[in-house]
Write a protein that binds this ligand. Sequence first.
Ligand code: UD1
Ligand code: UDP
Length: 360
Amino acid sequence: MKISIVLGTRPEIIKMSSIIRECEKEGIDYFILHTGQHYSYNMDRIFFEQLELPEGKYNLDVGSGNHGAQTGKMLTEIEKILMKEKPDVVLVEGDTNTVLAGALAATKLHIKVGHVEAGLRSYFREMPEEINRVLTDHCSDYLFAPTEKSRRILINDGISDDKIFVTGNTIVDAVYQNMKIGKEKVNPLNDLNLKRKKYFLVTAHRQENVDDKSRFQGIFTGLELVSNEFGLPIIYPIHPRARKMMNEFGLKADGVEFIEPIDYLSFLQLEANAKLVLTDSGGVQEETCVLKVPCVTLRNNTERPETLEVGSNILAGTNPEKILNTTKEMAQKNINWENPFGDGKAGKKIVEILEQEGYT
Ligand code: UD1
Ligand code: UDP
C-alpha cells in the first residue's frame, strides 16, 4: 500500500510537514510529488531544508503561468507519474492549482483522494482558490475537515458524512512543532531591530488584491494611515507576485519596510511577537489565531469564519480608513479566545485514519 503526497507551494509544504513527519516515523511507503508551482529558493527549498523534510521523489518544474496552462501542465505530468507509481491514495492539502491538478489526475485513474483542509468556503467564486476547493472536495474520497463547521459545509454540499473526518488543521501541528525550535534557532527581532509588540507585520499576495491596482493601492494607503497613527515599524515580507505587481503599478508605501519572503521559523517568531498582523493569507489568519495575536484581514470575505467567531480576526477589505479603524479596534482586543483549529495532532490523526482504512 502506497501514499503519494502531492504539493507545490509554500503553504502546502508547511501544512503537509506534520503528515510527512508522521509517515517517516511510522515507516510508511510514501513519496512526495512536487509540482514546482513554487520554485524560488525562499518560497520552496528553504522550507524543506529548515523543516528537515525529505526531498520530493519527483519535481515537475511546472513553474508559473496562467491558470489553465499551469494546471494543465501539472495534470499531464502528475498523471504519468501516478500511472507509473500506482499509489493507493493521493493526499493534497488546501486550495492551490497543485491541489486541483493532483486530485483530478488521481480520481480519473480511480486512485483514492484525501483532501487535507476540506470544507473551507469563502463563497466568492472570483477567487481562484474557491473553485479549486469546491472541485477538490467533490473529487475526494477522504475529506479531512479542520473543524465541525467545515464538516457541516461539506454535508450541505451533498458530500456523504462517512467520507468526512474532523481532524483539526495541520497548521496547528506546524505552529506547535516549530515555535519552540524557532526560539532557540533564530532571532528575527534582533536582526530587524524590532521590539516585542512594538511593530506590525503584513503579508498580502492574493490575486484579487495585488493584481488589481486600486485594491493594492488601497492596502498601501491603509498601511500608511496605520504608520502615521501608531508610529511603529511595519514589516512586509513581500511575496514575489506582490513584488512584481507593486513594481508594475509603480506603488509605494511610506513607513513600510519591505523584506524578502522569509523562512518559517523566523516568520513564526515575527508573527508571535507582533502587536498585530495585517494579511490576506489564509494560513496567517489561522496562525495568528493559534498564536493569540490580533489579525486584520485585508479581504471582504474569509473561508476561515472560525477566526471571526472567536474574535481573533476582523475583515477590513482594502478601504484605507477601514484598515485604520479595524486596526485600532483590534489593537485594543482582549486576547482571550480559544484556538478552534485543533490540538496540534491533525497530521497524526490523518495518518491513523489512512492506516485504519488499510492504506499503510
Ligand atoms: C499560489 C496559490 C495561492 C496561495 C499561494 C501561496 C493558486 C491559484 N494560487 O499563489 O492560493 O495562497 O500560492 O503563496 O494556486 N513567483 C515567483 N517564485 C515562485 C512562485 C511564484 O517568482 O516560487 C511569482 C511569479 O511571478 C508568478 C507569481 O509569483 O507568476 C504567481 O505565482 P502562482 O504560483 O501563479 O500563484 P501565487 O500567487 O504564488
Ligand atoms: N510564511 C513564511 N514566510 C513568509 C510569509 C509566510 O514562512 O515570508 C508562511 C506562514 O507562516 C504561513 C504560510 O507561509 O504558514 C502562508 O502561506 P501563504 O500566505 O503564501 O499562502 P496561503 O496560506 O494564503 O495560501
